[in-house]
Write a protein that binds this ligand. Structure first.
Ligand code: 15L
Length: 268
């Protein structure tokens, strides 16, 4: 990869990648709707609103590979999700295709499959079960990524990211934690592995409590270094301070499932 574009540079995951990715890819264009507060003089940054195709065309110009983190990263009102994540992701894939970009790594989310119960181990072949409008937008991103791969030959990798952080912060995150360095490894596979056409991987480290079968990523050489279990005590201590969430505690998506949940009120 000669030059890569990373969208969502000002977000939490983007800010972590700004520290880690330049060691692997020296030529990076960062983008976000707002400029990161701590932008370095040596960092190339171009602001863009992803819902505006003209602005997206500008940021993809001259790019070989894209890491698309941009958009709204939690549940939100429909119009926000529609503009940032649905229109924005369409614009990014369409602009990438028109500009001849060869690869896209799309930051999907565990919330595309959040309504699977925690006692079910799932692989990447399951039907999506989004737990939120946000989760629906991530399922859309995976679907449109597949379309650009199958119809137009873009090489696309979707990462169903769990929770990126220095350590798992509660019991749920013991199952889905992703060490930032392991995310870098997954991005590298997506941007470089010669056999990638369209793939979905789970963005999780080597977690003893995992709900996900990530053998598809392992098939491409993924060897996660992070082990959520190393932080079990502190995660469980944090969990003990949280109140019970009868719906969220049952499903993989946690509080994203219990928010606005009223399926149990139906009597028909
Ligand atoms: C996500 O997809 C969000 O972007 C992040 O903020 C966390 O909520 C994460 O999922 C999670 O499930 O912990």
């Amino acid at each position: 990869m000669k030059k890569i574009l990373v969208t969502g540079a000002a977000g939490d995951v983007g800010s972590r990648l700004r520290k880690l990715l330049p060691a692997v890819y020296p030529n990076i264009r960062w983008s976000d709707i707002k400029t990161p507060a701590d932008l370095g003089a040596n960092e190339e940054f171009v602001a863009a609103d992803l819902s505006d195709m003209k602005q997206v065309e500008k940021i993809v110009d001259g790019i070989d590979g894209i890491v698309h983190l941009g958009g709204f990263s939690v549940e939100g009102p429909w119009d926000t999700i529609l503009q940032s994540n649905i229109v924005g992701t369409y614009n990014m894939f369409e602009a990438a295709y028109r500009a001849g970009v060869s690869r896209v790594v799309f930051a999907s989310s565990n919330h595309a499959v959040g309504f699977y119960p925690r006692d079910k181990r799932i692989g990447v072949g399951v039907t999506v079960r989004p737990d939120s409008r946000y989760g629906v937008s991530k399922a859309f991103g995976e679907a449109i990524g597949a379309m650009y791969a199958d119809k137009h030959g873009l090489r696309v990798t979707c990462l169903r990211i769990g929770n990126v952080g220095d350590a798992p912060i509660d019991q749920r995150r013991l199952a889905i934690w992703l060490k930032p360095e392991d995310l870098v490894q997954l991005i590298q596979i997506g941007l470089e592995h010669r056999d990638i056409k369209f793939e979905v991987f789970y963005g999780a480290s080597n977690n003893a409590a995992a709900w996900w079968d990530n053998s598809n990523a392992q098939r491409y050489g993924y060897q996660p270094k992070g082990k959520a279990d190393d932080f079990r005590e502190q995660a469980m201590a944090a969990q003990a301070k949280l109140g019970p969430d009868p719906v969220g505690d049952k499903f993989q998506g946690g509080a994203f499932c219990s928010a606005e949940y009223d399926a149990d009120r139906r009597t028909d």
